[in-house]
Design a binder for this molecule. Structure first.
Ligand SMILES: [Fe+2]
Length: 516
């Protein structure tokens, strides 16, 4: 790693040929050696790699998807339901999005849903009879020709769910069914919840991203955010086949909340007379049943929903000619926001973490609005490296060096797949890192947003908490108590002394007088 001390680089250069992972670097304290800080109590971390160096070139070995398989598309559809995906929708305490795929011969889609029971046979009997709260829901079926594969995609919006109740469902056509899966809609009010955030998966998704989502699932998140570039070639069906195979039944049990990246767009032509802008892959809205409440024309990519008193907003940063419309929409959605916390996700970062990269228009259009309404957390991708700010406001420059001393917004760039760019030390970063596949586990409660980044091997890489104090955000490092909590015991002790000391003196004198 280029920031490590030269002696360490030398000492571990041989080990570095085998290990391609870098620890986080406090961006404003380069000389301090970074520490892996340990996983949550319930998940003891494995030992961190001992040393760092420039990572080896990727091996040219065959991935689990061979060239022959790619040309034949080993993921071609059949009459059996597959690629089941749950997605969050507006009002996630009572609604859930579901989609799946079959070949084009299956023109009917059905989902059976009801309260999960301990007896599987009893559950199936209820489902077949339509008793015990089980329902059969007809899907909206559309034929999509994408990536050379003609397939039928079936979408169901499951409604009238009881908040927080465990449900079971299966998808099919009445004859061929998926296995039964379980899910739980959001609860009501401000109950604590946990979600995972992934930066770009994009490359070698089945080969090397699969272990990241599987490691993340061990933290039992309520849902998962994907900050764009889920695959490398958005129009290629075998790329999506890898994404679905990597997540497998996780996609069918943990709802997703994806926002599109530039790799979900393709087909641009800039020849004179043939100008055509890139288009969103037809896979996107066919396979993700997402809210359509955003700026017009950006259904399923620009949207918002409220999950247990936190507003989540997805922006589509690929559609530059709709930035103005999205900015107006963002202003209205944030202006009418009564949730305690606000988290925004999109693909192209406001402040870049990788060398020679910048998204000035994203910064110009969206940063002032997010900071005006004190958005708490901005989750981004695209730069294939890790960068995390402190609480920022007012920085218009690419490196964030003109930031106000204190703001309320934390910006994060992360990457979950194996492709890496060189991370660049920029003023906006409090922590940076490279050559490391990561996922983030984020716990939201009324008091705080607790954030932890983990490596693919389960080692904690970065951590902080955002605490709300007097209408402003305060950043707290792990183990550090916020000001209000750390001073509270002292204040209570002082108050107790003020009240009890004189009372004790009076009581002591009274008892002496009695004895006298
Ligand atoms: Fe990207």
């Amino acid at each position: 790693m280029r920031f490590a001390m030269p002696t360490l680089v030398l000492s571990f250069s041989i080990v570095g040929l085998l290990v391609a992972q870098s620890p986080p670097v406090p961006a404003k304290a380069k000389d301090e050696s970074a520490k892996a800080t340990g996983a949550p109590d319930s998940k003891p971390p494995e030992k961190a790699p001992a040393g760092q160096s420039k990572p080896p070139e990727p091996a040219k070995a065959e991935s689990p998807v061979s060239k022959t398989e790619k040309s034949a598309n080993r993921f071609s559809p059949t009459s059996r339901p597959e690629r089941l995906v749950l997605t969050l929708l507006e009002h996630p305490q009572s609604r859930m999005g579901l989609s799946w795929r079959t070949d084009a011969t299956v023109s009917t889609g059905l989902a059976q849903v009801g309260p999960a029971l301990d007896s599987g046979y009893a559950m199936k009997t209820h489902a077949e009879k339509g008793t015990g709260g089980f329902r059969s829901l007809k899907a909206r079926t559309e034929t999509v020709e994408a990536g050379g594969e003609k397939a039928n995609y079936h979408k169901v919006t499951i409604e009238e769910l009881e908040p927080g109740r465990l449900y079971a469902y299966r998808a099919g056509d009445g004859r061929n069914w998926s296995e039964w899966h379980q899910f739980r809609p959001a609860r009501t009010g401000s109950r604590p919840f946990r979600f995972v955030y992934f930066g770009d998966a994009q490359n070698d998704v089945l080969d090397l991203w699969s272990r990241v989502i599987r490691q993340a699932d061990r933290f039992r998140p309520d849902f998962m955010i994907h900050a764009g570039d889920l695959v490398n070639r958005g129009e290629n069906d075998s790329d999506w086949g890898e994404w679905h195979a990597a997540g497998g039944w996780i996609h069918a049990t943990v709802p997703g909340l994806p926002t599109p990246g530039n790799h979900e767009y393709s087909g641009s032509i800039s020849l004179p007379g043939l100008a055509r802008k890139a288009r969103l892959t037809p896979h996107w809205n066919a396979q993700f049943n997402l809210p359509a409440n955003g700026a017009p024309g950006l259904e399923g990519t620009c949207y918002y929903l409220d999950y247990q008193n936190t507003r989540f907003i997805s922006l589509n940063t690929n559609e530059k000619d709709r930035f103005e419309a999205q900015a107006a929409w963002l202003d209205s959605v944030l202006g009418a926001n009564h949730c305690r916390w606000t988290i925004v996700t999109f693909h192209h970062p406001v402040y870049s973490s990788a060398r020679k990269r910048d998204n000035a228009e994203v910064r110009a259009f969206f940063r002032p609005i997010m900071e005006k309404y004190k958005v708490d957390l901005v989750l981004q991708g695209h730069d294939h490296s890790y960068g995390r700010s402190g609480l920022m406001a007012g920085a218009e420059s690419a490196d964030g060096s003109d930031a106000a001393t204190r703001g309320d917004t934390v910006y994060v760039v992360s990457v979950s797949g194996p492709k890496m760019y060189d991370v660049e030390d920029r003023a906006w970063m409090d922590v940076r890192g490279g050559q490391t596949q990561l996922f983030q586990v984020i716990d939201v409660s009324a008091d705080a947003i607790k954030y932890e980044a983990y490596t693919a091997t389960g080692v904690r890489f970065d951590a902080f908490e955002i605490r709300r104090e007097g209408g402003r955000n305060r950043l707290v490092q792990p183990g550090e108590l916020p000001a209000s909590e750390s001073s509270a015991p002292v204040l209570w002790l002082a108050a107790a002394l003020v009240v009890l000391l004189p009372a004790g003196v009076i009581a002591f004198r009274a008892s002496r007088n009695k004895l006298a």
